[in-house]
Design a protein around this ligand. Structure first.
Ligand SMILES: [Zn+2]
Length: 413
């Protein structure tokens, strides 16, 4: 159905710059995120939600939609993140194309950039619908202001319709998702939900509960630099060792040659001289065993090269980043089933392709808050071609209403 306040609310939110900063040393990473959260918080207070507060530890705004039933229903949570991705977010001017014809190119403001169905064929799916884009020089910020405005709209709708029976619903508006640091601060106890969903996904029907398991490592390589004229038998090039390391990895297991459920090693950063080299990699695998196998492969290569060099010239620092939430969620199939049932109620075609990345839910699930991800209507995230579709956002709110209603009708444990 149509929610008349959703579009104005979304437009108001995307105009507020709330970009996070991966180089910041503080948490939350930027004051602008907090300033945006204060706007959302005031809106929640004005709508009359309960327990609206800012949790300092989590850097998150928390609120509750009180129960409208006396039946015992598990407390459900929904989360959306308030920061936007690492792309220009100053002076965002959202542009609305109503009744899109499904064929034309949409010029982004007066820039030389276009949303072109020849390049983005999914635009064909939105004939007759309302496309909201940016104006060429910024991102839109629909990731995740779609989710933020959908949750606030859900609250407004349910508070206006007490005849819709549901249990307690907890909402969280979190920081620093885009830089991967927000979820680890989350206060699961204060949130107080038995399980939750992040609302931060793509087109209607997308349901994310499988993600990569992830690790990161750094190599620090110490060489010996002497004048090339007298180098024989003395020079040890850190750059050459770096090259040998890279060449020891399976050549085809890289992001640009993998898809679906295939994992990879990815060299993200390389700098160095003969004297010293520094490399940063990420490792991704859908299987936890697969991740461990890959990590062991790295340790073995480092050991072998160090043995060949006769001394420990390569030092390795490796840590896990997040795990595939599917491993945990398989033990709570009723949670994903609840979302599936809501999608089906609305006639949506369900797409459960695993995410070749992580979500806040990847961490939250392992912190004791099982947390799949629902679609929010985001398209072409993280750049100037980002857009959303108003009708997708309406559907996202419909799904949330269906989920809480179904949960009250047939409470899961
Ligand atoms: Zn997002």
């Amino acid at each position: 159905m149509e929610y008349p306040t959703l579009l104005p609310r979304f437009l108001k939110y995307v105009k507020i710059n709330s970009r996070s900063d991966e180089h910041a040393t503080c948490f939350p990473s930027t004051q602008r995120e907090v300033d945006f959260q204060k706007v959302v918080m005031q809106d929640l207070v004005d709508l009359g939600l309960s327990d609206v507060h800012y949790n300092q530890q989590a850097g998150a705004v928390i609120a509750e939609i009180p129960a409208t039933t006396t039946t015992i229903v598990p407390v459900i949570g929904f989360l959306a993140h308030c920061d936007t991705a690492d792309f220009n977010s100053e002076n965002i001017r959202p542009q609305i194309t109503k009744n899109y014809d499904g064929q034309s190119k949409i010029q982004l403001g007066d820039s030389d950039f276009y949303l072109d169905p020849a390049i983005f064929p999914h635009l064909h799916d939105y004939q007759g619908q309302t496309i909201i884009s940016a104006s060429g020089d910024t991102l839109l910020g629909g990731d995740d202001k779609c989710g933020v405005s959908e949750l606030v709209t859900l609250a407004e709708y349910l508070l206006a319709h007490p005849e819709i029976k549901h249990g307690r619903i907890r909402l969280a508006f979190t920081p620093d998702e885009e830089i991967g640091t927000g979820a680890s601060h989350f206060d699961v106890a204060d949130f107080g939900a038995a399980f939750a969903f992040t609302v931060d996904g793509e087109k209607p029907g997308k349901l994310d509960w499988g993600t990569f398991s992830a690790a990161q490592f750094e190599l620090s390589i110490q060489g010996v630099d002497v004048h090339p004229a007298v180098a024989k038998g003395q020079m040890v090039s850190a750059l050459k060792i770096a090259r040998d390391f890279q060449n020891s990895l399976p050549a085809k297991e890289v992001p640009e040659q993998t898809s679906g459920k295939e994992g990879f090693f990815h060299l993200c950063h390389l700098s160095g001289t003969v004297d010293h080299a520094q490399l940063e990699y990420i490792i991704r695998d859908f299987e936890r065993d697969g991740l461990e196998t890959r990590k062991q492969m790295i340790r073995d290569i480092v050991d072998r090269l160090n043995a060949t060099l006769g001394t420990s010239r390569i030092s390795l620092k490796m840590h896990d980043q997040y795990y595939n939430m599917a491993d945990e969620l398989k033990q709570h199939p009723e949670i994903v089933d609840l979302a599936r049932a809501a999608y089906r109620d609305l006639g949506l075609k369900i797409n459960e392709d695993p995410v070749r990345g992580g979500t806040d839910g990847s961490q939250l699930t392992y912190m004791g808050l099982p947390c799949p991800n629902l679609f929010a209507g985001e398209e072409n995230m993280h750049g100037r071609y980002e857009y959303t579709v108003l009708e997708s956002m309406y559907l996202a709110v419909d799904v949330l209403v269906r989920i809480v209603s179904r949960l009250a009708e047939a409470p899961i444990k």
